[in-house]
Ligand binder design. Structure first.
Ligand code: HEM
Length: 776
């Protein structure tokens, strides 16, 4: 069954059996480390992200001879592969990575094992047609209806252990809850749970493991039994549908669709899906939850922060999925010669995308190896995949993990992790400890706990992710400019940041104000606040309240104004308080030995923060333009004289940035990056305008954006995770690629040249006329 391509009812050749040989790579190409890389070796099995650090740094695509796969390790490359399911087919996603022995083949043949295409390994256009008709059960609204059941279940499991003082959380809760929820969601009767657990392990080893010849037969027997069992359960469920009943559950939905559209929801699909989904829906979540409790309990300060402020729970879940996801690698096969990071993967070449490595890529995540529950772009992780096949159940998984974390941290905040050697099932994709032993003193169990909170279903709300930091220093830096230093009251080191990054200080009214980090990366955080009495009141509040010892609620850091160190030359331009990100960039360029000019413009020297430091540290590169002294920046000359390829980075008042934008638009050999101080628009009006249609090419959805709602809001409502930050058209974090359509740009972040190209839209504020095709 496994060594030949087979056809399902749709007629496509499929590759679900044993590993088909991949087109051979040139043995002289690539490094020795790449050629000999073996994901079944101890390094990858111990820590897949760490095992690929060298690859992320120096050889992001390589051919592993022991595996016969092209391995890809960087975030952008993996995301690009996920985004193109035609060039990079998912057909091999469930293929056995280890060729089975003849005896194992025999066992499976006896059971008529015919695991075939489901959703996750189905090609287009069959896949999208199927996915579309099966999506209803996954809307945030539909999933929220399962939450009371999840909560009751978790409480029941906790009731059984709270007085015991010791538990293996995996055995007592983390396996059981996701399996029961999965069966409930699917409508499958919750019988035979132990049997299903052993079946799942066999399926994982069969698909992603390297069983020894002896183990192969036992694994094949488990898989064969799982196949037979799935068929029997399916037959019983189908009989109810055929008898006119309408029982609840996603498998019943699929059976009903099969009866009315058998070409789309095929018979073989039903049986294959029945088996695959039980694993997809529960093992992923069980392992992710085990990783989560292990990681959080290993970092007591973060665990305690969650116990003190449960609003952090959705962010903590997301960060754990990023840092220690349960799916660490996923597969594709190239359908034609394809370029990835400059390497040609030949047609037929099999690809192992190590998503755990992408999730630790410093190009995407600052301090990627640190677990940081306050990280607000954690939801960019690739643990759920991305694009057309992105996990349909991601929000169910997230919800289960959030409920488990909430209930456990509320009822057993004093829980401690025991010293233990964590063990993992050897395989290339699914990862989570087999046991997580914890202990606590039942006499100290809190008598009363706060009421449960129901977080919205979906990715975490970035606005809820706030650190409480202490002001350790506040001193004037120039007339009207207050320098503020912040540190973590628990003594924990604050994460490093990169030049261009900003913090958002949350004021008592809940509104945020963004300030660029302006000290030197590492150590405490420093910002500089210009008092603007005619402004919205934020800077005044900061000047009056940010005294040493005060506590501030802080979001970030985030960086939408990154320094591109690959540019051959840099011109940095600061107007007034815009010096804050620019000075950090100048420091970095100087340290890196890269060519740069630093232009600093202001009205009076006394108002210009960091003037002495700029002079002392950047004397040779510094050009001061102080209006009161008769100095004005000659921007046309600056741009005209810039060497080809120069990158201009500017922060300052709108007038300065608009002029630069105009000038640079006439010099396409230059690039311009800028950051505005404020949006200047009316946030409430962002969603107003003509309705238009958004066609999401990667996910196969067509959505209507009505007057009164932003594109960002509509995309999120459809379950797409779009990152965002300022939500007023300033930062660019919600940008999405546009394939066609007429954009009505309303942001203040794209340059004139980028607008003219018409290939991206800032979704929090910009709109379109008619029909817009998006790369999402
Ligand atoms: C697909 C991970 C929970 C149902 C996937 C994929 C991954 C994944 C990596 C492949 C994505 C791609 O190819 O782009 C996870 C993780 C979970 C989880 C880490 C928990 C933490 C669930 C749950 C369900 C589910 C609870 C169902 C109730 C599915 C389905 C697909 C899928 C149906 C196939 C989607 C398609 O190909 O169109 N999941 N999953 N998953 N997952 Fe999940």
């Amino acid at each position: 069954w496994h060594s030949r391509a087979r056809r399902d009812e749709g007629g496509d050749a499929v590759m679900d059996g044993a590993a088909q040989p991949t087109p051979f790579a040139c043995p002289f190409h690539g490094s020795e480390a790449g050629r000999s890389f073996d994901p079944f070796g101890p390094a990858y099995q111990a820590d897949p992200a760490e095992a690929l650090r060298w690859s992320r740094e120096s050889e992001p695509v390589f051919f592993s001879e022991p595996l016969g796969y092209w391995v890809v390790s960087r975030y952008d490359d993996i995301k690009a592969i996920f985004r193109d399911p035609i060039l990079f087919s998912p057909a091999n996603a469930l293929e056995k990575i280890t060729p089975p022995s003849p005896e194992a083949v025999e066992v499976l043949a006896r059971a008529n094992y015919a695991m075939n295409r489901t959703l996750v390994n189905e090609d287009e256009p069959a896949h999208m047609a199927r996915r579309r008709v099966l999506l209803d059960a996954f809307t945030p609204h539909a999933l929220a209806a399962h939450r009371p059941m999840v909560r009751d279940l978790v409480r029941g499991r906790l009731d059984a252990i709270v007085d015991k003082g010791r538990s293996d959380l995996v055995a007592d809760m983390l396996w059981d809850v996701p399996l029961t929820v999965a069966l409930h969601f699917l409508g499958v009767p919750p019988d035979d749970m132990d049997k299903l657990r052993s079946f799942s392990v066999a399926h994982t080893v069969n698909t992603w493991g390297r069983p020894s010849p002896d183990q192969q037969v036992a694994v094949a027997e488990g898989v064969a039994a799982f196949w037979t069992y799935s068929g029997e359960v399916l037959a019983r469920m189908a009989a109810r549908v055929d008898a006119g009943e309408h029982p609840h559950g996603w498998m019943y939905d699929m059976i009903a669709k099969n009866r009315v559209m058998p070409d789309i929801v095929t018979d073989n699909y039903l049986h294959s899906m029945m088996m695959a989904i039980i694993v997809a829906a529960h093992e992923t979540t069980a392992l992710a939850s085990a990783n989560m409790f292990r990681r959080l309990l290993e970092d007591r300060a973060q665990w305690d922060a969650i116990c003190a402020d449960p609003a952090l729970i959705p962010a903590a879940v997301e960060e754990c999925l990023r840092h220690s996801g349960s799916v660490v690698a996923w597969r594709r096969v190239a359908t034609a010669d394809a370029q990835v990071a400059g390497v040609t993967i030949p047609a037929g070449g099999k690809i192992l995308m190590v998503t755990a490595s992408a999730n630790h890529d410093p190009r995407q995540f600052d301090n990627p190896d640190a677990l940081d529950i306050w990280r607000d772009n954690a939801a960019d992780h690739l643990t759920f995949g991305y694009g057309a096949h992105q996990c349909m159940g991601k929000n169910l998984g997230r919800m289960e993990m959030a409920v488990m974390l909430e209930e456990v941290s509320r009822r057993l905040p004093h829980l401690r992790l025991e010293d233990q050697a964590f063990t993992y099932l050897p395989n290339i994709s699914f990862r989570g400890p087999e046991a997580v032993w914890v202990h606590w003193n039942p006499a100290l169990n809190p008598a009363q706990t706060a009421p449960a909170r129901d977080f919205p279903v979906g990715a975490p709300d970035r606005k809820a992710i706030q650190r409480q930091l202490t002001v350790t220093e506040a001193r004037p830096l120039a007339d009207g400019v207050l320098g503020i230093t912040l540190s973590d009251p628990s003594g924990r080191a604050l994460p490093d940041w990169t030049p261009g990054a900003h913090l958002e200080i949350v004021l008592p009214d809940g509104e945020g104000r963004r300030y660029s980090l302006c000290g030197r990366p590492g150590g405490d955080w420093q910002i500089a606040v210009l008092r603007e009495d005619a402004g919205r009141g934020g800077s005044r509040w900061m000047h009056e309240n940010a005294r040493p010892g005060a506590t501030l609620s802080v979001r970030g850091p985030r960086n939408h104004f990154r320094l591109d160190e690959t540019a051959p030359a840099h011109i940095l331009i600061a107007g007034g308080i815009g010096i804050t990100p620019i000075l950090a960039m100048a420091d970095r360029l100087k340290a890196a030995g890269l060519p740069y000019q630093l232009h600093y413009a202001g009205r009076f020297a006394a108002h210009m923060a960091f003037l002495d430091r700029a002079r002392a540290d950047h004397g040779d590169a510094l050009h001061l333009h102080i209006a009161a002294d008769g100095g004005r920046a000659d921007l046309p000359a600056l741009v005209a004289e810039a060497a080809p390829g120069t990158r201009l980075s500017a922060c300052g008042p709108a007038r300065l940035l608009e002029e630069l934008d105009r000038l640079v638009a006439a010099r396409p050999d230059l690039t311009l990056a800028f950051e505005h101080f404020t949006g200047g628009g009316d946030a409430g009006a962002l969603g107003q305008g003509q309705p238009f249609n958004a066609v999401c090419a990667d996910s196969g959805l067509t959505l209507e954006v009505p007057d009164g709602r932003t594109l960002l809001d509509v995309l999120r409502g459809a379950g797409l995770d779009v990152p965002s930050d300022c939500e007023e058209g300033l930062c660019g974090s919600c940008e999405i690629g546009v394939q066609s359509g007429e954009i009505e740009h309303r942001d203040r972040v794209l340059t004139a040249a980028e607008r003219a190209a018409g290939d991206r839209i800032i979704t929090c504020c910009s709109r379109a006329r008619g029909r817009l095709v998006l790369s999402i």
